[in-house]
Unconditional design. Structure first.
Length: 850
């Protein structure tokens, strides 16, 4: 056994001296840095190397096949830290580590694990492998200038307390900071407990991890024996035992089991010369004395197949040659001791239940399904630290705001008072008021106030450090997302096309518009077809559908047309006839309802027409298109839709936009393409324009922050709260509520139905009535002339008061005829025929007399 005193060089030299003595296996080293070199030697000499302390994740079994890690891989420890960071909702951490293989590789693993939870390492503070107090102070001073206050300290036991001591002198152990130490701190707490008063004050409120070892009787007995053996060996009376000591004990037993299996398999201890080292026999290092262990591969195989229960729990290796079921205790250092606030396992994540008492959960579970007990943080506070501060602490946040020329309801700047107002400003200030911390800021105008500023340029200035954030009506686009982080949209709005429209009143034939000519013809054909079907089905059973051909034709026509108005009087008696009639009446009901609804819309809603139908027709035409100067719409129309630059007209104000639309093809524009929110304000005062076509390319407005800024997340949460409590809608209504652009009289004119919409119907019914009267009176005149003889007329006139005019007497006679019933007329006709027949017989008799 050799003690390297945790010195990498000494560890390598001692390992080489061991290998000169024909060893069959080695346990150690404690240093991951040394393990890389020793593992390479073990690979060449086929000597299994069992390490209970080398946790560097890059010590892979593929590169070093004879290296066997009998402790936990730091890959899992970093995964646990990433889950802790994600659990508390932090998005950025600062990593402090030794600049060697152990430190760099561990932090690289942490970075990979954080990326899976959408977190990042915002600053890497790499310190000298053997740092002085001055080195540490300079390093920590740079850390204080960073935004993140979540610090992960990944170092060695001998350096950890030194870093914390310097941090205390820089007031970095106060409220607001979060320190997460890797397992070096739990080793100190377990080994050197109780700590000195100075050390205790340095570690208060820190979180650390410790490899989980389940309680057992064997472990309890071993710890008791250890205390008896080490009593009096330390100045505090006892020499503590950490988990690495337990892993070291189990490592010896792993090797013992493997050797026992090796010999039971008939293995022999034999060595052979290495072909690689033989040419070096003349050197002063005597490398030729290092010989290859012939049974190395068999012994290594036995080590990897070991299944046993040790002091650290079940010992077994998985396919990646890591110990199965990796688990850690999450420890919070408080007072003179520490408390376990939870556990982490590779299968279940964070939990307050010990690994042996919890069941495996899906590996993709969210942080909301995980749980830890309360934590006492640095500064003796139980309130979760925010985890970040502004990098330029002590100064106001410099926020760029576009100095707009138009749409002052969105953002308006007053140079006289040097202040901003508007919808976007109210949303921002209301969201800031909901933050759980004070946010000092200063709004700075961007733009000359004469032309609308270019928002992409504004975002670029923020990325260049001119501004700390950008607030205003900033549409979230794909390009801008590559330059900045945005809050959740506080308003959803897409692009629309606005053009001049003309109101068209309904005409006299509006009642025909709900149906197309084809539909009208189909309805008429259906009426006569269904009527014919019903007549066929009822003809043999129903007397109402029988009679002379003329009568049946009239019945068919009347029945067919009357079903459209549900006014048919003929009853159906056959089952088939009733079935067809019911189905037809249902169809008629649907068609009538649709007709009524459509006609109501045509007559009561003002119809607006425009030559521009939407974005497709606008792009396909050769018309000029207006866009708001400084917006991204130019790039969208020119690059995305391929509209030539010659057709695009920049507009700088609402009045300029309205004037360009009114000019139209006479030196103006056919339409404007802009964001709907702007256009709603524009149209609220200008009723001669309207949105045509559908809204397209929906996006939203948000506030922009530098990439990785925690402010974007915090303000997004505040905006959600504004939306949930209704304040966001109230702010919207305050600034963007549309005013009625038309007078009450105009609105009433649209709502009231006028005669001109119906004179066509009146004309039809009037002509129908006139036609019916003409036919009727024509028939009556003919009947009058046929049934009334001059003698009858004279007789009738005798019953009428004498009149001076013969024409008047004849009219009165005709009116009396009209007043008679058909039965009276038929009786008179019959009487005249009988009398005529009698007269003819008498005259014939007279002629036959002698």
């Amino acid at each position: 056994m050799k003690d390297s005193n945790f010195n990498g060089l000494i560890g390598i030299v001692e390992a080489m001296s061991f290998l000169e003595k024909n060893v069959v296996a080695m346990i150690g080293p404690q240093s991951s840095v040394s393990a890389h070199v020793v593992a390479y030697l073990a690979k060449g000499l086929k000597v299994p190397l069992l390490s209970f302390a080398a946790s560097d994740p890059t010590l892979s079994s593929l590169e070093y096949p004879f290296f066997v890690r009998t402790t936990q891989n730091d890959l899992f420890q970093m995964a646990a830290i990433a889950d802790i960071v994600n659990y508390f909702g932090w998005r950025k951490v600062t990593a402090i580590y030794n600049d060697d293989d152990f430190g760099r590789n561990g932090i690289a693993a942490l970075e990979d694990k954080l990326a899976k939870t959408q977190c990042t390492i915002s600053y890497k503070a790499a310190m000298n492998p053997e740092p002085t107090a001055a080195d540490i102070k300079d390093l920590l001073y740079q850390v204080t200038l960073q935004e993140s206050r979540v610090l992960v300290l990944h170092t060695y036991t001998k350096h950890g307390l030194k870093v914390l001591e310097v941090a205390r002198s820089l007031h970095m152990l106060s409220s607001g900071y979060v320190w997460i130490a890797t397992d070096w701190l739990s080793d100190i707490v377990d080994t050197e407990s109780p700590l000195s008063s100075d050390s205790l004050s340095d570690v208060q409120g820190l979180l650390t991890l410790r490899s989980h070892t389940p309680p057992s009787q064997d472990k309890k007995k071993f710890v008791a024996r250890w205390k008896n053996l080490t009593r009096g060996m330390d100045e505090n009376g006892l020499l503590g035992l950490n988990t690495y000591g337990l892993y070291a004990y189990d490592t010896v037993w792993i090797l013992a089991h493997a050797l026992d299996e090796f010999f039971s398999q008939g293995g022999n201890i034999s060595f052979s010369n290495s072909s690689m080292l033989s040419p070096l026999s003349d050197g002063s290092l005597h490398l030729d004395s290092m010989r290859v262990f012939d049974g190395g591969e068999l012994l290594l195989s036995n080590v990897r197949r070991v299944k046993m229960t040790g002091l650290t729990g079940n010992i077994q290796y998985d396919s990646d040659r890591n110990l199965i079921n990796p688990a850690y205790d999450i420890v919070n250092v408080v007072g003179t001791g520490h408390i376990t606030i939870g556990y982490w396992t590779n299968s279940s994540g964070l939990s307050v239940k010990p690994p042996e008492a919890s069941s495996p959960q899906p590996s993709n579970q969210t942080s909301s399904g995980q749980q830890l007990y309360g934590v006492i943080w640095p500064g003796q506070t139980t309130e979760k630290p925010r985890g970040w501060v502004f990098p330029n602490s002590g100064q106001h946040l410099k926020i760029g705001v576009p100095n707009r020329v138009d749409y002052d309801g969105i953002v308006s700047y007053s140079a006289r008072t040097n202040s901003f107002t508007g919808y976007a400003i109210d949303v921002f200030t209301s969201a800031v008021n909901l933050l759980p911390y004070a946010l000092p800021y200063k709004l700075v105008p961007f733009g000359d106030g004469i032309h609308n500023p270019n928002l992409d340029e504004l975002i670029g200035n923020m990325s260049g450090g001119v501004f700390d954030a950008v607030v205003g009506d900033i549409p979230i686009t794909t390009y801008r997302l590559t330059k900045a982080d945005f809050t959740l949209p506080y308003i959803e709005s897409g692009l629309v096309v606005v053009a001049q429209v003309n109101a068209t009143d309904s005409n006299a034939w509006a009642f025909l518009q709900p149906f197309t000519p084809t539909m009208w013809l189909t309805i008429l054909a259906s009426l006569f077809f269904v009527g014919s079907v019903v007549w066929i089905l009822e003809h043999r059973h129903n007397d109402e559908f029988r009679g002379p051909p003329r009568q049946q034709m009239v019945t068919l026509l009347w029945f067919s047309l009357s079903t459209w108005f549900f006014s048919h009087r003929e009853s159906t008696v056959s089952a088939l006839g009733r079935f067809v009639l019911i189905m037809w009446l249902f169809v008629v009901l649907i068609i009538n309802s649709s007709y009524t609804a459509s006609l109501t819309s045509i007559l009561t809603v003002q119809q607006l027409t425009s030559s521009v139908k939407g974005i497709q027709s606008l792009v396909a035409s050769n018309d000029r298109i207006g866009y708001r100067e400084g917006s991204y719409i130019y790039n969208y129309l020119n690059k995305e839709l391929g509209v030539p630059e010659s057709r695009l007209v920049p507009l700088n104000s609402e009045n300029e936009s309205a004037e360009a639309l009114r000019k139209g093809s006479n030196g103006g524009i056919a339409a404007i393409v802009d964001i709907k929110a702007y256009m709603e304000i524009f149209l609220s005062k200008r009723c001669e324009f309207s949105i045509v076509g559908q809204e397209f390319t929906r996006n939203g407005w948000g506030f922009a922050f530098p990439r990785g800024s925690q402010m974007a997340t915090d303000l997004s949460t505040a905006i959600l709260r504004l939306s949930e409590n209704g304040d966001l809608q109230r702010i919207h209504d305050k600034w963007l509520q549309r005013s009625a652009c038309s007078s009450q009289d105009t609105q009433l004119a649209v709502d009231k139905l006028q005669l001109q919409s119906f004179w066509g119907l009146y004309l039809i019914i009037g002509l129908a009535c006139l036609f019916a009267l003409i036919v009727y009176f024509g028939r009556m005149v003919i009947q009058f002339m046929r049934h009334y003889t001059p003698k009858e007329v004279e007789s009738t006139l005798q019953n009428v008061v004498a009149s001076r005019s013969p024409q008047l007497r004849r009219v009165k006679t005709f009116l009396s005829f009209l007043d008679e019933t058909e039965e009276e007329i038929k009786r008179r006709s019959l009487k005249r025929r009988i009398e005529g027949s009698s007269t003819t017989s008498n005259f014939a008799s007279t002629l036959s007399l002698p």
